[in-house]
Design a protein around this ligand. Structure first.
Ligand SMILES: [Zn+2]
Length: 222
């Protein structure tokens, strides 16, 4: 089992980490629930066309689908705004530039179920975060940057002395890339309000917190 990295130091760790499936695989149960007619492995050739069309858009437009998924979660950083109606409405306006009505509608199905799957995965991840929600999207981005690295497993994220700390494990070959993603996340958190995600800075009184002017209020004068 690869070691855990905490603040740049390698520590032996036995805790269970979260490893997340690629989006297309993770979307299967949601495809089954929301679009059973596409999901089913049909007996007849004519019915299989639906499934082939769906698999085809993932094959041809995987990067675009994932970009549309990330654009939604970036603009909805707070989990309670990531509702199923909001996700569906978002998916309906994706893929506008695609040629042909059919590929457009299958593209929208892929964004819809992919997004439901991604949001569910991130809920799982958020259970391991003990920082306020203003930093949650930063940690999600860190996770996405490292998810495909060899041996990567997310262990947790927390606030300490007003800064973000992330714990994870990965194989030695991936250490450099993961540390770089960790550095980006920590730098981003240092200028982001931990409460709301708006621009913020480190405040210091009895304790340290990174907050925007509004959430710092009168308690933190610097
Ligand atoms: Zn704030």
């Amino acid at each position: 089992m690869p070691d855990r990295i905490v603040g740049g130091k390698v520590i032996l760790d036995q805790r269970k980490s979260i490893s997340i499936e690629p989006i297309k695989e993770a979307a299967e149960p949601f495809l089954q629930r929301l679009y059973p007619g596409i999901w089913q492995q049909a007996e007849s050739d004519i019915d299989q066309i639906l499934r082939l069309m769906y698999d085809g858009v993932w094959r041809d437009y995987c990067d675009e689908i994932e970009a549309d998924i990330h654009a939604f979660v970036d603009s909805h950083p707070v989990d309670e705004h990531r509702t199923e109606p909001a996700i569906k409405a978002w998916s309906q306006q994706c893929g506008e530039k695609l040629e042909g009505e059919y590929s457009q509608s299958y593209y929208r199905v892929a964004v819809h179920v992919g997004l439901v799957a991604y949001v569910n995965q991130m809920r799982e991840l958020r259970r391991k975060m003990s920082c306020d929600q203003g930093w949650h999207r930063i940690v999600e981005r860190f996770h996405d940057a490292c998810a495909l690295s060899t041996g990567f497993g997310f262990l947790g994220a927390h606030e300490k002395w007003g800064g973000l700390r992330i714990t994870y494990r990965c194989d030695q070959v991936a250490t450099e890339a993961c540390r770089e993603a960790e550095r980006v996340a920590i730098e981003h958190a240092a200028v982001t309000c931990e409460t709301c995600g708006q621009p913020g800075k480190l405040r210091q009184t009895a304790w340290r917190k990174t907050l925007c002017d509004e959430h710092a209020g009168s308690r933190y004068n610097d």
